[in-house]
Design a protein around this ligand. Structure first.
Ligand code: LRH
Ligand code: MN
Length: 424
């Protein structure tokens, strides 16, 4: 479903006056407004191909209708999001959930929607129908060399598929671990995983990156072989300069200080990118910023500080991706909300008075330092994020326009109520 630019223009015309009033006020409150708006225009967040349908849990799944039936329709849906906010300019595929049949046709379709292919994701946490060996007891850690070889070959195949699509990174998330004490020899599991990752790493083209995603638990509930930032860091340090740690916000033990982990990985030049989402209990994969918006702001505050300390390009040097699952909301509305929350957190972090913060920190003026950060978090920067969309031909209010155009009922009319998208 394509959104004509004329629809976006008439939508913006109706909101222009109030937007300009808010923008003038916001610009009077924040320094460097123009450079912040330019950075927001350049900032693109990759949409997960596995989160364009309704997610579920073991207790149930309640599809909302009009879900994409193919990779082509998934690309159209991400293209629709990108037309509405011009901040979703990439799609991250999960193999084998999204194996292209005709690579050139898929690349052409993606470029027609101004979309790039971000990281490709391997999958050695499910058994495929035609698979010889089971991953029941793990993949790269498995005590059985034949199982490890099968998983290594799959990852190398995913790299080949990524190269054909123009992707430049592989994300490896391993469900590997154990459910009971005694089930696993941790040392051998680590060594098997490292040796297996070394074979996958050796297959990376020179300009590629490998992102190793950690997760504290689920589907294994006693140990996970890449369970936290420290374990992922120990693997990627040994693998080499093309290997980095990927931070999924929902993969931490309760009360973990994620912004401090981000600061350290960035300083160590081993931060590869993010899977943005939010959670209250476990890996809930909820809308980014929906539960802990201050934490999301603090993470971007460390990102801006740490990236500027290394002279990094904010838009290009790290992998910005969403990883969410939508059990009760329209997947496309949920993704529009996640992108908005991420852009707002980034804009707030860009508005922090860094010089004043440094002085306060050097003087141990705790209250002053806290006031500077909270002032940025409590400043309404939504007009800057909206202005970035307006200048790049997108909608001032993407969710409102999505609803005014009754996109979901259009998709249901086109695809039907019972369609199920591949993915989680
Ligand atoms: C694991 C994870 C990983 C994906 C999967 C879809 O919880 O975050 O990034 O492979 O979700
Ligand atoms: Mn993830």
């Amino acid at each position: 479903m394509l959104i004509q630019s004329s629809k976006i223009e008439s939508h913006n015309e109706g909101l222009l006056k109030s937007h300009q009033n808010k923008l003038v006020f916001t610009a009077s409150e924040i320094a460097e407004t123009e450079s912040i708006i330019q950075k927001l225009i350049d900032f693109q967040i990759a949409i997960p191909s596995w989160a364009l349908g309704t997610g579920g849990t073991r207790f149930g799944r309640f599809p909302g209708g009009g879900e994409p039936r193919s990779l082509e329709e998934k690309i159209e849906d991400v293209g629709l999001l990108h037309a509405l906010n011009n901040s979703s300019g990439a799609i991250s595929l999960h193999i084998p959930w999204d194996i292209p049949t005709d690579y050139n046709a898929i690349k052409t379709l993606a470029s027609q929607h101004n979309l790039k292919f971000d990281a490709v994701n391997s999958n050695t946490f499910q058994n495929q129908a035609d698979q010889e060996h089971s991953y029941k007891y793990g993949s790269l850690q498995n005590v059985n060399k034949a199982v490890r070889k099968q998983a290594i070959d799959h990852n190398i195949e995913v790299i080949k598929q990524g190269i054909a699509l123009g992707s430049e990174s592989l994300t490896v998330w391993l469900a590997d671990g154990s459910n009971f004490p005694g089930q696993l020899n941790f040392r051998k599991a680590y060594q098997n995983t490292l040796e297996s990752l070394e074979e996958i790493y050796a297959a990376l083209p020179s300009n590629w990156k490998l992102f190793l995603e950690y997760k504290c638990a689920e589907p294994n509930f006693y140990s996970t072989t890449v369970a936290d930032w420290g374990q992922s860091y120990s693997y990627v340090k040994k693998l080499g300069d093309k290997a980095f740690t990927l931070v999924d916000l929902g993969h931490h033990l309760p009360n973990a200080n994620i912004e401090q982990i981000v600061s350290l990985l960035l300083m160590e030049e081993k931060l590869g990118g993010f899977h943005f989402n939010d959670s209250k209990y476990g890996d809930d994969d909820l809308t980014a910023g929906a539960l802990k918006p201050y934490q999301l702001f603090l993470i971007f505050n460390e990102l801006v500080e740490g990236m500027d300390a290394r002279g990094m390009n904010h838009a290009k040097d790290l992998g910005w991706m969403i990883d969410a699952s939508h059990n009760v909301k329209d997947p496309l509305e949920d993704l529009l909300q996640s992108v908005e929350a991420i852009m707002v957190a980034y804009a707030q972090a860009l508005s922090v008075d860094r010089k004043a913060l440094e002085i306060a920190q050097n003087e141990n003026d705790v209250v002053k330092a806290q006031e500077i950060l909270q002032n940025a978090f409590r400043t309404d920067v939504r007009a800057l994020v909206a202005e970035a969309r307006l200048r790049s031909g997108a909608a001032l209010n993407p969710v409102a326009l999505y609803r005014d155009l009754a996109v979901r009922s259009g998709l249901i009319a086109e695809r039907g109520l019972k369609t199920i998208a591949t993915g989680l």
